[in-house]
Design a binder for this molecule. Structure first.
Ligand code: C2E
Ligand code: CA
Ligand code: CA
Ligand code: CA
Length: 279
């Protein structure tokens, strides 16, 4: 039995080492990718449930890896955070998204906001406001056309600093959204101290809502709470008409998800920028 245990451990060690060396390789690749600009943004629309019109598009980063092909953010965001490269990556994302929004504006497409995800690591930096201002300055984008998404868990770190920075960004006209809401256990009294425009209900609740009455109750409660705090509510990960109808009945304002569109490139998302009803 002892021998058997030993084999298990050495197999485990071997896997760990393979995993570690993969990480080291990917980390080196990532450094190079940032220098050489191997990233692209895809955009996913958010649609108003009453009018069917697009309110904003969320920028989602992808890495075009020379050997591994297109990598989703869950394969490299954490790595960029741990490797100290998230600020550079975020700046690239912000600059690219703002330039794109400017280009859409100049092409006389209906003005839509562009939403950028900010990593909690990036958000804790002392120069987060300056970096956002610098991007707005150099791209010339109206701050009213920029939205930032920060996760509920990011709000709960260093809350005094977070609150001050968010207030300053809000005062500039930037829209503030709380991402993955419902997963971080923040209370109502806590939330209302922050200058938040929008709550995005986490995809897991939307996913389970149709089969679990508990998840349905959570969604109902989040919508009621957000409304009493005068916040806009977006449901993310909406994939079915049943979910859409239920959310509409509950008074949810906007939806985002595969039902409307998967994240697509800039050219393809622009077909949503019309006065038509996209639901
Ligand atoms: P998120 O901000 O919650 O983004 C939503 C994710 O859900 C996206 O995955 C999107 O493709 C996916 N999604 C949207 N609608 C549906 C749906 O109807 N069904 C299902 N099953 N999935 C849906 P993606 O693009 O892989 O991004 C994953 C996460 O990576 C994002 O979660 C976000 O936290 C992070 N991320 C993406 N881009 C950036 C970025 O530029 N900076 C930072 N810091 N994080 C990013
Ligand atoms: Ca997001
Ligand atoms: Ca989210
Ligand atoms: Ca999420």
């Amino acid at each position: 039995a002892k021998g058997c245990g030993k084999n298990v451990y050495s197999l485990f060690d071997k896997r760990m080492n393979e995993h570690a060396s993969e990480r080291v390789t990917l980390l080196a690749d990532l450094r190079q990718a940032i220098e050489q600009g191997e990233f692209v943004l895809h955009y996913q629309p958010k649609v108003d449930l009453l009018t069917g019109k697009v309110t904003s598009v969320e920028a989602l980063v992808r890495w075009m890896h020379p050997r591994l092909g297109m990598l989703a953010p869950d394969k490299f965001i954490r790595l960029a955070e741990e490797g100290g490269m998230i600020a550079e990556l975020t700046e690239w994302v912000m600059r690219t998204a703002c330039l794109q929004a400017r280009a859409w504006q100049e092409a006389d497409l209906a003005p839509v906001r562009v939403a950028v995800n900010l990593s909690p690591f990036h958000f804790q930096r002392q120069d987060v406001k300056q970096s956002i201002c610098a991007v707005l300055g150099s791209t010339g984008l109206d701050p009213a056309l920029l939205e930032i998404e920060i996760t509920e868990s990011a709000l709960m770190q260093n809350d005094e600093y977070t609150c001050r920075v968010l207030s300053e960004l809000r005062d500039m006209g930037i829209t503030i959204s709380v991402d993955d809401f419902g997963t971080g256990y923040s209370s109502l009294s806590y939330l209302h101290r922050f200058p938040i425009n929008t709550l995005k209900i986490d995809r897991t609740f939307i996913l389970n809502m149709m089969k679990s009455s508990e998840d349905q109750a959570i969604v109902t409660a989040i919508i009621a709470m957000a409304k009493s705090l005068k916040m806009q509510i977006v449901a993310e990960g909406v994939e079915s008409v049943d979910q859409l109808e239920t959310l509409k009945d509950q008074g949810c304002h906007e939806i985002q998800g595969f039902l409307v569109s998967r994240p697509v490139n800039a050219e393809r998302v622009a077909r949503f920028f019309t006065d038509e009803d996209h639901l």
